[in-house]
Design a protein around this ligand. Structure first.
Ligand code: ZN
Length: 253
């Protein structure tokens, strides 16, 4: 069943493959949470280094440009932290090594909510194939969230860095049409457009503002909102369990 809701977590970490993935899929929700006081962090598995097709462009230069654009977009949305894992763009794989890198970030930031993609999405309409990097990032993230991040005896070497087990309360998987949770981004649609436009190298003469508003309006159709982002939400720790768990981490850095 579809629900419109105003759940505000204390903290959220969005974990994606490329610069601009967050802006296309979930920044309206993140900006709304940030406005309400949530701590927000981004983790980018790649720096989008093959994403600028210009004469003379190198991967190194493209990564620098795109990381700067990502930082600017994060600032617009109110995200305090951006982490770049710098895996190779276009060749991302859901390896155990990537899972461990993501577990490290989760144990460090200790988010209440993790937002990621949906690894099962291959098709969406008849003009799109979901990027393999998106699927790899989504698989590695879900596998990092559950159960790895919360298991003290898995990747226990991270404890030497002071990073002990952390259980994520909820996972928000960004959805196309198959979600169960509609978040109104009426208040933050302009932030979403501005954050997307910060990815200048990707915009060309594409009208970001017009298109993003149109898509968000289509997603809101039939709901009590003008603009929406859609998620499939999984609650891993119910209220009581979360309170107990939260209690255990109080006092930790
Ligand atoms: Zn992407």
């Amino acid at each position: 069943m579809s629900t419109s809701h105003i759940y505000i977590p204390e903290s959220a970490m969005a974990i994606v493959a490329h610069p601009d993935d967050i802006e296309f899929s979930c920044v309206g929700t993140l900006a709304r949470w940030a406005k309400a006081g949530a701590r927000i962090a981004y983790v980018l598995c790649t720096s989008g280094d093959v994403g600028i097709a210009e004469d003379g462009m190198t991967r190194q230069k493209a990564a620098e440009i795109r990381e700067a654009e990502t930082r600017a977009a994060a600032e617009i949305a109110g995200a305090k932290e951006v982490v770049f894992l710098r895996e190779p763009d276009g060749m991302l794989q859901a390896t155990l090594e990537l899972r461990k890198k993501i577990v490290r970030e989760i144990r460090r930031f200790r988010p209440e909510v993790v937002i990621c993609g949906d690894p099962t999405i291959v098709w969406a309409g008849d003009g799109y194939i979901n990027h393999p990097d998106h699927r790899a990032a989504a698989t590695a993230t879900l596998d990092a969230v559950f159960p790895a991040a919360g298991q003290p005896n898995l990747f226990e070497e991270l404890a030497a860095e002071g990073l002990t087990a952390h259980k994520v309360r909820k996972v928000y998987c960004t959805a196309f049409g198959n979600g169960d949770t509609y978040v109104s981004i009426d208040e933050t649609i302009d932030v979403k457009a501005a954050a997307l436009k910060a990815h200048k190298s990707q915009m060309g003469d594409w009208d970001a503002e017009k298109n993003i508003k149109q898509w968000a309006a289509e997603r809101a159709k039939g709901k009590e909102m003008r603009y929406a982002e859609i998620f499939r939400v999984v609650t891993l720790e119910n209220d009581e369990e979360w309170e107990k768990w939260k209690g255990r981490v109080v006092g930790r850095k």
